[in-house]
Design a protein around this ligand. Sequence first.
Ligand SMILES: *[C@@H]1O[C@H](CO)[C@@H](O)[C@H](O)[C@H]1NC(C)=O
Length: 179
Amino acid sequence: MMFLPIFFFFSLLFSFSQASVVDFCVADFSLPDGPAGYSCKKPAKVTVDDFTYSGLGKVGNTSNIIKAAVTPAFAAQFGGVNGLGLSMARLDIAVDGVVPMHTHPGASEILFVGLLHFQINSGKTNALAIVSFSSSNPGLQILDFALFANDLPSELVEKTTFLDDAQVKKLKKVLGGTG
Ligand SMILES: *[C@@H]1O[C@H](CO)[C@@H](O)[C@H](O)[C@H]1NC(C)=O
């Protein structure tokens, strides 16, 4: 139900653009992305499929360590939003699941502001959230992975987190870090 307005919005943009200047910049995935996003696909090669994305309609797989799944509709997945300064994501959170502490360095978020934040499902059934970002390329930096899925010496991580050696080694092991 949420996806129809999105499609409609882009359809409008697309039809207006025929009469005036091109006001979209569908991602050209054959070129690397830069700070301003992806390069624009040649308008003649743009099709209606570039403005539809059904990923948000699929339930994410929450069989993982955080019991949660983030399904992004960022420029990398949904080329139509490239350059439009917005994006969305779907969060599926199983009971007791959590989206660990993270930031989006390239965007603010409507669910929470773009500062460090996390989501947890403390209810008794699965939770679903659709979020919106102020950038087509918001980024995602999960703090747990930054701290423990690395090969920095454990002593260094202990100093910055005030955790003890056993805790840091345990977290590194769980999240795939070494050292
Ligand atoms: C969900 O992910 C788990 C772990 O990677 C995998 O074993 C399982 O097959 C996946 N389930 C589906 C429905 O894709």
